[in-house]
Ligand binder design. Structure first.
Ligand code: NDP
Length: 318
């Protein structure tokens, strides 16, 4: 493949918006959408109704929104590769982007690989224990499977994800318990109110899950009240983590400046990273807003920044 002007890595709102803008600017983008990583389409693929993306007054499902964005990117000529990127060589320009089966050289790269749901290291919840046998980090992806039907389900976290996922689980569970380590929620008031007023939802304040037990699947959880120190065992059909996210930056192998939590550092107000020609957009560089609309906005910014850089280089040649 000849050297491309732009390679985009990712397939969430940031990546597809960057693709739409760069394709319409005739930059002929190549987009690696991911495959084995299971992240194609990004986090919205595991979201039900998206009520806060402008232009959809009746709401839209996450997968439908992503499908629309992908079609829009394709319509203007984006080449989409269903491959994971394994590495980027940032020490040369054009940069070498190595996918699972394709190698592409690119003048500019936009990294929009997003973030993944975090898990806690709890006895019984690890790989080879009850992980994926009643323990999950995505209620919206897994909540509908039969093992969770008409059971008491537990969800850890006090943010918007915990509220959203607890509400989602009420469709299947007999009761839902939110286990939160503090006595106040981090969630927005509207989401917190919906959860707190739901008849099937109870919040266990100042509490942590100490252990998950079961036979073939989860059957109980041990919960410690942090103020009294009391530990109690509760029948449970499932445990869900909703404790935030990890940015997908491991494949960068330390070549770009990251913050203490692994998010890519960008020059404030831009998508420029510590390497000239490499840009970052969406949740991989944003631990503050983390919304589909802000991710889309930053994807647009990255594409415009590249377009301007390339135009400036062209005019220097003339
Ligand atoms: P947040 O970081 O907002 O919340 C994570 C929660 O997990 C916090 O309550 C935190 O507790 C808890 N937590 C973290 N680590 C631990 C631990 N080791 N043990 C126990 N609890 C822990 O993440 P979210 O995924 O909820 O939300 C991320 C962003 O996405 C937010 O900006 C949110 O507004 C947004 N969002 C919006 C939605 C919507 O509008 N529909 C839906 C989902 C998310 P503590 O509070 O004590 O720190």
């Amino acid at each position: 493949m000849a050297t491309k002007k732009v390679v985009i890595i990712g397939s969430g709102p940031a990546a597809y918006t960057a693709a739409v803008y760069s394709a319409r600017a005739m930059l002929e983008p190549v987009l690696f959408e991911g495959f084995m990583s299971g992240t194609a389409g990004g986090q919205l693929m595991s979201t039900t109704d998206v009520e806060n993306y402008p232009g959809f007054p009746e709401s839209v499902t996450g997968p439908e929104l992503m499908d629309r964005m992908q079609r829009q990117a394709k319509r203007f000529g984006t080449t989409i590769l269903a491959e994971d990127v394994q590495s980027i060589n940032c020490s040369m320009r054009p940069f070498k982007v190595t996918g699972s089966s394709t190698e592409v050289f690119a003048h500019s790269v936009i990294i929009a690989t997003g973030a993944m749901a975090r898990r806690l290291d709890i006895k019984g919840a690890r790989d080879g224990e009850f992980w994926q046998k009643g323990v999950s980090a995505c209620a919206v992806c897994d909540g509908a499977i039969p093992i969770f039907r008409n059971k008491d389900l537990y969800i850890i976290g006090g943010g918007d994800s915990a509220m959203e996922e607890a509400l989602y689980l009420t469709r299947y569970a007999s009761r839902v318990f939110i286990v939160h380590r503090r006595d106040a929620l981090r969630a927005s008031k509207i989401m917190a109110d919906r959860a707190l007023h739901h008849p099937k939802i109870t919040v266990l304040w100042d509490s942590v899950v100490e252990e998950v037990s079961g036979d073939k699947v989860v059957t109980s959880v041990s919960i410690k009240h942090l103020k009294s120190g009391e530990v109690s065992v509760h029948p449970a059909g499932g445990l869900f983590f909703a404790v935030g996210h990890e940015p997908n930056t491991t494949f960068l192998q330390g070549q770009l400046a990251l913050d203490a939590n692994g998010y890519i550092q960008v020059v404030p107000g831009t998508c420029r990273t510590s390497v000239v020609g490499i840009y970052a957009a969406g949740d991989v560089q944003d631990h503050v807003y983390r919304q589909a609309i802000t991710a889309a906005g930053s994807g647009c910014m990255a594409a415009l920044e590249i377009e301007r850089e390339l135009s400036a280089l062209e005019s220097q040649k003339v």
